[in-house]
Design a protein around this ligand. Sequence first.
Ligand code: COA
Length: 398
Amino acid sequence: MNDVVVRALREDEFRAANALFYAALHVKPPTDEQWERVRDVYQPGRVLGAFDDRLIGTARSTDAELVVPGGVRVPLAAVTGVGVRADRTRRGVLTSVMRHQLTDFADRGVVAALLYASEGAIYGRFGYGIGTRFRNCTVLRHRARLRPGVPSGGEVELVTSLDEMQRRLPEVYDRLPLRPAMITRGPRWWPGLFSMLRRQDGAVAAVVHHGADGPDGFAVYTVDRNAGDGGTMRVLDLHYADASSYAGLWRYLLSVDLVDEIQAHHRGLDEPVDVLFTDPRACRTTEVLDEGWLRLVDVERALAARSWRGEPLVLEVEDTVLPDNAGRYRVGPDGAERTDAAPDVRLDVAALAMIYTGGWLPSTLVNAGLVTVADPATADRLDELVATPSTPWCGTFF
Ligand SMILES: CC(C)(COP(=O)(O)OP(=O)(O)OC[C@H]1O[C@@H](n2cnc3c(N)ncnc32)[C@H](O)[C@@H]1OP(=O)(O)O)[C@@H](O)C(=O)NCCC(=O)NCCS
């Protein structure tokens, strides 16, 4: 099938796209009041619809910036709201939408696209690769004693009004140093978070951490009271500037009464939560999963934007969806540029996305057959080339 027409939707069509997306996720559509709060996440010009004789598929994006290894920020399309009517799936509708969307990103000078996938098998074919991973962990509160050497942190301030949180948290986030793979949270991101928070059954609370130079971290959480004494705290969002604010936030979370366990989900793999405690097993990692799926839309600019280590290598990149990206690139500490030289490494654009952030050791991908190198020594050089000082994590769900 391919007489599907894909086009940007008008603003008066956004609600239909939202209803289609929610139905695809088996979620009730928002009420009129909820829609008024959430409609701002729909950025005009960035909402696509696929039609036969009616709307049958949709995807949207918002403009943001991605921090790449080395600290440079590049234009990012944060992709979400992807859905196809259940009676029109597996006929190429998503394929038409994705191709249209990626071509539009390339035409507009977007360097990378990022999304969170409902299922792992969907997006690799469009050149998205797992750029970051997260872990879910559960802290057994009564067993978790902070080690004596844990930084003391500053003051925390409790905020219980959602309106006040919605005013203040964006200012705190904007002050934080963003690590590689983190993204900016524009004014179209926050209404989505607060729409989710307003739908929570229980009370939502936040704490802002104040360090020597002002607000430098925050955590948002709810507590589900189980039958009996204790409850389960769910940490819904937590960001921090440094080790002191991180420790200060955890010190607070552990102090909240009527809580037996703290579920901290979607956390960075290198966050030191277990080693804060005298008994590291007070923190149980329950799951490690793919987080952000990254698509390098402009490979040349993406390679030039990040920092590299060691000796240069020539990468031959394959990209069947955006063929202008295909070709050879010499990449090294002095930068990246196109070349005709013989390749040291061959990979497709999805595998390139996986190593681009530093989230995967390239030699792991060589072993999995995703990256081809001439010999083991080249794999070692590739590991060194992409090495980053921290494990990438996005931490902003959309
Ligand atoms: C995921 C979804 C958007 C796919 O739409 P679609 O129109 O069926 O996708 P396409 O027909 O273009 O599929 C393209 C290819 O991807 C495969 N594919 C699509 N969705 C898949 C899935 N969920 N699991 C495995 N493979 C999938 C198709 O089989 C097809 O493979 P082929 O080219 O080898 O035949 C649709 O199934 C949907 O709306 N799902 C529920 C909501 C959802 O999960 N949205 C994504 C949020 S991140």
